[in-house]
Write a protein that binds this ligand. Structure first.
Ligand code: ZN
Length: 460
């Protein structure tokens, strides 16, 4: 690593604290690579890789975020051409359609109208939501006065019974697997399971069971305290080196910083033993509203809508699941960039379900992904032929997917080449370089003259 001498005055970035940390490291080492003798006060030595000597100003940073926003916006705009999701294969709903749907929904006066409004967009519904719509339409035939919320409520007891049976089975499996854990962690898991059992059997609406919170707590329970403490210490050091603030604010700020960072670290934790992994796999089997009709009924029949119109909320939820979102192929937590080649489209349900998983894990969870991915890419190629998407974006995106999935996800992009000659022709005409008839005649004459001249020269 090279050591540079840089004037601190040039460095007025918001996170200059980090650089000072590097400075102190460098001062201790008497490296022979030092380029010039140490200077006075305002000049410090800096060790580390520097991408460019010019520090970005605030304006640069704002422009850069704007550029990313424009990029995201452009990618999201593709969704309005009915692009299928590369993971689940369902058609994606774009924000423009979502706005018109919302407007229509607000004008609906009774459940029948709401159902008709949803039906217009039925091709965008995911399997669970289509099933719910079918069920609601049938109910509506016989009881047109019944609201969507009431329909779900009436089906709640049966759905809840099935869900509780399924959950209890998974809880007992987790209990059995936890017997192999060290005593301290086994007790943690046991307490969590008891609490969850109480929750799912509790008829009151205040103590609802949440799959997401359960999985987070389970991860927390199986990571040993010693590991957590180590992580906490590391985060404390990181905070101290980053910030230089007054002592009064320091303690409280540090505590909140460390705890929130620790939460993130636990949710991203990847170092598990095989037994811990088996416990988590079992927990992930818990059904959720995205993939189970009963779970959908239980979730939205028991939900507290806090004064909002439940029917409106249920109707928007049914379509919001298919809303197109920008997806980082390499997750940002794994140092994924915001370059076009790393940005793809995915429906909201698949994007939320993925979390920070790798593409390989995603394929494992969605066995149909390779087929759906090819359909997605084919649609992009079609859009390229219609002059909507750039070819380079598609080829680069395919490369990223291919690399991340170890070759499992790979699409045939040769359809795009068909048009290449045509495209050149179109560009030729559009750019105004096409010669007129007279020009062509003149060019032909010139050619003949040149030929004659050459022939003459050869004769001599
Ligand atoms: Zn999807």
């Amino acid at each position: 690593m090279k050591i540079f001498q840089i004037n601190l005055l040039k460095f007025n970035t918001p996170n200059s604290g980090q650089k000072i940390d590097n400075v102190s490291r460098c001062e201790n080492s008497s490296s022979p690579l030092m380029m010039s003798p140490r200077l006075e006060k305002d000049t410090v030595t800096f060790s580390g890789r520097i991408p460019s000597i010019v520090t970005p100003t605030m304006e640069d940073l704002i422009n850069r975020t704007k550029a990313v926003d424009v990029l995201r916006y452009n990618i999201l705009r593709l969704a309005k051409h009915d692009v299928p999701c590369p993971v689940c294969g369902g058609l994606m709903f774009d924000s423009e359609k979502s706005v018109t749907f919302d407007k229509k929904l607000l004008q609906c006066k009774n459940p029948t109208e709401i159902l008709k409004c949803i039906e217009v967009y039925s091709k965008y519904l995911h399997p669970v939501e289509s099933e719910i719509l079918k069920m609601m339409k049938q109910d509506n035939l016989y009881h047109p006065e019944r609201t969507l919320f009431e329909m779900l409520k009436r089906r709640l007891p049966r759905a809840e019974k099935r869900i509780v049976q399924h959950q209890s089975k998974i809880f007992s499996n987790i209990g059995l697997l936890s017997r192999k854990l060290p005593e301290e962690m086994r007790l943690n898991v046991q307490n969590l399971l008891n609490d969850s059992f109480d929750r799912i059997l509790d008829p009151r609406e205040t103590s609802r069971f949440s799959r997401q919170i359960f999985i987070y707590k389970l991860k927390n329970a199986i990571i040993p305290d010693t590991e957590k403490n180590k992580l906490r210490e590391k985060l404390k050091i990181e905070f101290i080196s980053k910030h230089s603030m007054s002592e009064e604010n320091f303690e409280s700020n540090m505590a909140s910083y460390v705890e929130t960072k620790l939460k993130v670290a636990i949710s991203l934790w990847k170092v598990y033993t095989s037994n811990q992994m088996a416990i988590l796999t079992e927990a992930y089997k818990l059904s959720k509203a995205y993939n189970n009709v009963d779970a959908f009924i239980v979730k939205y029949a028991k939900r507290d809508y806090k004064g909002a119109d439940p029917d409106y909320k249920i109707a928007t939820r049914m379509l919001n699941n298919s809303l197109a979102t920008v997806e980082h192929v390499v997750a940002q937590s794994n140092r994924g960039t915001t370059e076009p080649k790393n940005l793809s489209l995915e429906c909201a349900a698949c994007n939320n379900g993925r979390g920070n998983d790798s593409i390989l894990k995603q394929i494992e969870d969605n066995p149909n992904m390779p087929v759906n991915y090819r359909r997605f890419m084919k649609r992009l190629c079609d859009l390229h032929l219609q002059n909507i998407v750039e070819k380079s974006y598609i080829t680069q995106l395919n490369k990223t997917y291919k690399r991340q999935s170890c070759g499992i996800l790979d699409a045939d992009l040769s359809i795009m080449n068909k048009r290449s000659n045509k495209k050149q022709k179109i560009l030729y005409i559009q750019s105004g370089i096409t010669p007129t008839k007279a020009e062509r005649r003149q060019a032909r004459k010139m050619k003949l003259k040149l030929k004659a001249h050459k022939n003459n020269r050869n004769k001599i």
